[in-house]
Design a protein around this ligand. Sequence first.
Ligand SMILES: NC(=O)c1ccc[n+]([C@@H]2O[C@H](COP(=O)([O-])OP(=O)(O)OC[C@H]3O[C@@H](n4cnc5c(N)ncnc54)[C@H](O)[C@@H]3O)[C@@H](O)[C@H]2O)c1
Length: 376
Amino acid sequence: LETESISNDFEYVWHIVPVDLGERSYDILIGPGLLLEVAEDLKRLQLAHNYFIITDSNVKELLGTDLLNIFNQNDIQASLLSFPAGEESKNMETVVSLAREMVKLGADRSSAIIALGGGVVGDIAAFLASIYMRGISFIQLPTTLLAQVDSSVGGKTGVDLPEGKNLLGTFAQPKRVYADIATLASLPLRELKNGLAEVIKYGVIRSPELFDLLEKQGNEIINLEPELISHIVAQSCAIKADVVAKDEREGGLRRILNFGHTIGHAVEAAAGYQIAHGEAVAMGMVAASLLSVKKGLLSSHEADRIKKVIKGLGLPVAIPSTFSVKELVDLTKHDKKSIGGKVNFVLCESIGKTVIRDDVTDDELSEVIEECMSND
Ligand SMILES: NC(=O)c1ccc[n+]([C@@H]2O[C@H](COP(=O)([O-])OP(=O)(O)OC[C@H]3O[C@@H](n4cnc5c(N)ncnc54)[C@H](O)[C@@H]3O)[C@@H](O)[C@H]2O)c1
């Protein structure tokens, strides 16, 4: 996928990924050190009269205050707002309290929101932007690998209810995304792996080249080698952007992004959300490849390659055998993306090529889950 078209306006941009959505099109800029030139770029863009940087308590300390200082040095009016880090904050109470703070600080329709942080910040801040005074502009500054390759691309915003995750939300596209890969240096390994699970997914569903890279350069990736990680983020964004451009509201093609997620969500639910999302998706991808072999779609050699890449990047390939197989099978049926009671499984024909099937039987699923429980 083509991602290069660097403009001279930038010092720190290594890749630009255009997201083609007609009037709502925007660019994803990627490179190390990029945060340093966001203020200057926003001055050029003249997006808003004043900016509200929304972040969480961790990222505020790591990057938020510095970013605010850069805005001030550039004579851009900006305020820094934060909430306690963690998924527990992703609710309406946080949205309302941020909105009230913005009103107090004089935010109006000519203001813009900057989401600085991981997927939790991105989802909350973009949701707030999409409803504040019936919608104001926002930009994304993702600081986790997951946010850079997944949640900041595609326009889904939202918060959780006690009844379930992401039950309230909107579709809203940012004006620009700045993925500064240097921010990943402070990211705990567990969070890095959450993002890597999604990168592996992109390789499997859409890009044999990306998959090869993950296969051959696992160590360099874990060590965040800047050129490599910028390239991987760009490729991942390009794949998601391409899928989203063809199916913005999840009518069809976008479902392929769910590879590994149907069984992964069941594992997460069975674990009472005590297993990291990326780890559950990793197990789900192994299970989905075995299911693809069982359906006669994928060779066992390719399924093995998928398993090895997942393992090589430090992600789990075995579903804990303490879980009940029957419970996991039942939980896949409650996946919110099932249609008319039928569960759609994203299966794989070869690395880079997927197919959606709704004819997986409970027996086939049970056999595959059992097989995954004895993986090593
Ligand atoms: N909108 C979408 O399309 C979409 C897609 C996938 C996931 N999501 C959502 O994304 C959320 C998960 O995102 P996440 O994994 O980024 O979690 P997160 O936002 O909770 O970030 C994980 C942790 O890393 C910290 N952190 C962030 N940047 C850091 C940095 N540079 N250095 C050190 N620590 C840093 C955060 O404070 C947090 O403690 C979920 O709520 C999920 O529903 C949304």
